[in-house]
Design a binder for this molecule. Structure first.
Ligand code: TXA
Ligand code: MG
Length: 316
């Protein structure tokens, strides 16, 4: 299959309406989108990514009104969070209605709803008038894409079109939340931090980001978000003999050898935006090892440490 790359919204729409998959930009990472109401189209998402169908997909909508028919209950505390943060990088786990195919939810009775903030995707969703099912547009287990070029490097030949909407502004997948015993729980850290949620909730939500028993969200899988080059969380040891690169928020003059920094001024927002792009860049250098210095374990740093720990787990 030939994979085209461009900014033609009409072409993207036509392909999706005919049951094909199209990579689309969001504010977090690129998604691999298909018509959520077409089961064959949804199946082709799993095929293109090489992803097991047991891992549920997120439904993307232009606004809450269009999403409500897909759930039997959208709690008022979620409505308050929607008002505060959406459109934006927050995904709500709610009970599914009969409109949602079990293929989307991995057979579960809950469904993930998200309201992405990207002008091109917003226009696409509005014109389509139906939800798009979309996981991140990477091969299963590999690095998430934050540019159209990243998508092309992994999915070239596997999908017909990549809608190029530039570089993703946030750079980390959405924060995923659910409700347990009337309390909001974080299932995946993302750019909306527990501290930010607390400003609306009045309490710091509990995080359940490590799988206990059955895997609920694929972000809970231990090996995930991985580079091809062995990746380690920490500072390169002075005696390291392998051809190794150090990545940190800002380059450290005490560390010898090649280095890449994630921010020009130590900004965590900029570091999050650049994280995947820098890992893609490092991975393409053909080195023996990549070290990434851990971030302060708070706010965005927690979300980044979580992704890196899952990537590093593959090489432990
Ligand atoms: O920012 C994002 O969320 C991006 C963009 C493209 O929207 N999407 C994304 O999708 O990260 P994906 O498939 O790579 O990760 C979605 C996560 C998975 O961990 C999946 O298991 C979880 O959402 N998920 C989906 N439905 C769920 C459900 N019903 N219950 C629990 N987790 C669910
Ligand atoms: Mg993913």
């Amino acid at each position: 299959m030939h994979t085209a790359l461009g900014t033609d919204l009409f072409k993207a729409l036509t392909l999706i309406e005919s049951g094909q998959t199209v990579a689309v930009p969001t504010e977090t990472v690129y998604g691999l989108a298909a018509d959520a109401n077409n089961e064959d189209a949804v199946l082709s998402i799993f095929a293109a990514k090489g992803r097991p169908t047991s891992n549920p997909l997120i439904l993307h909508f232009a606004a809450l009104e269009t999403a409500l028919p897909y759930t039997t209950s959208f709690p008022s505390i979620f409505a308050a969070l929607y008002t505060a943060f959406c459109p934006g990088p927050l995904t709500f786990i709610v009970p599914k209605s009969s409109l949602v195919s079990g293929l989307i939810t991995g057979g579960q009775e809950t469904v993930a709803l998200r309201f992405p903030k990207h002008p091109l995707l917003g226009q696409l969703l509005q014109t389509l008038g139906r939800p798009l099912a979309a996981p991140s547009a990477n091969l299963y287990g590999q690095l998430s894409p934050t540019s159209a070029e990243h998508v092309y490097s992994q999915l070239n030949g596997r999908i017909p079109y990549i809608l190029d909407g530039g570089t993703c502004n946030e750079g980390l997948e959405s924060t995923i939340i659910g409700l347990e015993n009337e309390q909001v729980v974080v299932y995946r850290y993302g750019s909306i931090t527990p501290e930010a949620l607390a400003t609306v909730l009045g309490y710091l939500p509990e995080a359940k980001v490590h799988a206990e028993g059955a895997v609920l969200t694929s972000g809970m899988v231990k090996h995930h978000y991985a580079t091809q080059t062995p990746l380690y969380l920490g500072t390169k040891p002075a005696q390291e003999e392998a051809l190794a690169l150090q990545i940190s928020i800002q380059a450290d003059p005490k560390i010898g050898g090649p280095q890449l920094s994630l921010s020009t001024d130590g900004s965590m927002i900029e570091a999050a935006r650049n994280l995947y792009a820098t890992l893609h860049q490092a991975d393409a250098l053909g080195l023996e090892k990549i070290y990434v210095a851990a971030f302060p374990n708070e706010g965005l740093g927690r979300a980044m440490n979580d992704r890196l720990a899952r990537a590093a787990a593959k090489f432990a």
